[in-house]
Design a protein around this ligand. Structure first.
Ligand SMILES: *Cc1c(COP(=O)(O)O)cnc(C)c1O
Length: 465
């Protein structure tokens, strides 16, 4: 049942939210310490009247950070694609679980079509397979487990007893290390390969480390390259790494959670040249492709590895249809949210060419930002072309202090990052709804803010939080 009153309220709350997003793109933040005094979040034995309920709900929504606005640059997602939201709302109404054809029906086809087309863009053939995982960290986890089992198939039964080693760059996403712990290989077996001044993994160092480990009795099995590192947005060289992996018989995974979506762009797909040589490839549609959280795709060049590592027999679940249509046979979860429909509605409505434009536009906006920075001597630029993370400092103001003050004053949501010894503002042009003016407006807002708060920002002991 869906109560008509709730539907009406949904519409009215959304309408209010959209108006607020326009008028006040950054919600006034509530200090964490006073959260429970400010909002009515308590759960009690007795329910509330409709009035109290809707009122509390409305206040909650209106006080939540606004990630879809033109002033949100804090994370590797942003904006709101209407057709994708429509798909997601319908997925909630339908509430299928995406493990069997019997329960999900045509939605299985929706997921399969996304996986098939994405695999084609990577350059994989019909023997490839994939699944939608609960996020990029989990996509990486699945890749690592497949690699582990491909290396030694009995590990599935006996557990890990070898000293297996994992290779990734010093600038990779933290999920690699966490996953190493979760899969029984261990955090200490992750080898962080140094990066060059562009944040790109140095392959000579990689090979040296592999040789050293082999000589010391370790068993290398997995190399991760990143397509779009989390801070700088750099791309590790896939083609050359694939050569090394071939030589030492190692599984090669491309973590494209952030920028693997360049496969959609003729202009930028050269950044993942050689992707078809990797054993697995992941990409988050909820980052560059403007789909609501979460929508993460993990592909394996040889689909047998997916079922080898993730299938289980369960008579109570798999009662009809072949394995190809029972997606639970290759997934990490049992109950699965329909993360496919929102991406399908977007893709269906704007086509592959529309997705290509989203990707190209983000690089264009990053060019606009870099040009602006280069033309203004008060800025220092740390990042480089072909990245949608634009890293900079302004007037030598400590980045953390600047970003925190901008947030507390409800001006801009933008984060900071570090690379080697530098700390800087990380401005991400991932919201493809933004225009050139919005990028310029970001800098103008920042400059004006600094002018008004300069003394406070440069104070050596300004209070943190
Ligand atoms: C965001 C990101 C991840 C993690 O993806 P989640 O969906 O947040 O779990 C992994 N790797 C890279 C490079 C990322 O940018």
């Amino acid at each position: 049942m869906m109560n008509q009153n709730d539907l009406d309220r949904f519409q009215s709350i959304v309408k209010q939210l959209l108006e607020a997003e326009n008028k006040e793109p950054v919600a006034q933040p509530i200090q964490a310490e006073s959260l429970f005094e400010t909002l009515d979040l308590k759960l009690e034995d007795e329910g509330t009247s409709d009035d109290v309920f809707y009122n509390s709900l409305e206040k909650l929504v209106m006080n939540t950070p606004r990630t879809a606005t033109k002033q949100f640059f804090n994370q590797l997602f942003g904006g709101r694609k209407s057709k994708a939201v429509l798909g997601d709302l319908l997925a909630v109404m339908l509430n299928n679980s995406m493990y069997t054809y019997k329960v999900a029906g045509p939605m299985v086809g929706v997921e399969k079509e996304i996986l098939r087309r994405t695999a084609e863009l990577v350059g994989y053939d019909q023997y490839s397979g994939g699944t939608i995982a609960p996020g990029g960290s989990m996509s990486n986890f699945m890749a690592m487990v497949m690699a582990r089992d491909a290396f030694e198939s009995n590990i599935r039964y006996d557990g890990v007893s070898n000293k297996m080693t994992i290779y990734t760059s010093a600038d990779c996403h933290y999920s690699i290390e966490k996953n190493a712990a979760m899969m029984g290989v261990g955090r200490k077996q992750v080898r962080y390969i140094p990066t060059n001044e562009h944040g790109i993994m140095m392959l000579a160092e990689l090979e040296k480390q592999i040789e050293k480990d082999i000589a010391e009795g370790f068993q290398p099995f997995f190399v991760n390259v990143t397509a779009g590192t989390t801070v700088l947005g750099s791309f590790d060289p896939i083609e050359e790494t694939a050569e090394i992996c071939k030589k030492y018989k190692l599984w090669l995974h491309v973590d494209g959670a952030y920028c693997g979506a360049v496969i959609f762009s003729k202009e930028y797909k050269h950044l993942v040249k050689g992707a078809e040589k990797a054993d697995s490839f992941s990409v988050n549609a909820h980052k560059m492709l403007g789909t609501p959280l979460t929508c993460s795709i993990i592909l394996a060049k040889d689909k047998r590895y997916l079922s080898d590592s993730f299938s289980n027999d369960a008579r109570y679940l798999y009662q009809t249809d072949g394995d190809d249509y029972n997606l639970g046979k290759t997934s990490i979860q049992c109950g699965r949210r329909n993360d496919a429909l929102k991406f399908w509605t977007l893709w269906k409505s704007i086509g592959t060419k529309g997705l290509e434009q989203l990707v190209n536009h983000q690089f264009y906006l990053a060019d606009v930002a870099r040009d602006y920075i280069k033309q203004n001597k008060d800025y220092q630029l740390y990042s480089f072309d072909n990245s949608i993370s634009v890293c900079f400092n302004y007037k030598n103001i400590p980045a953390e202090k600047l970003c925190t003050a901008l947030y507390q004053h409800a001006e801009l949501m933008v984060g900071f990052g570090t690379f080697k010894t530098e700390e800087f503002v990380r401005f991400v042009t991932i919201n493809a709804d933004n225009k050139k003016e919005d990028i310029i407006n970001f800098f103008k807002t920042l400059e004006q803010f600094v002018e008004q708060h300069y003394a406070e920002l440069m104070e050596p002991q300004a209070a943190k939080t």
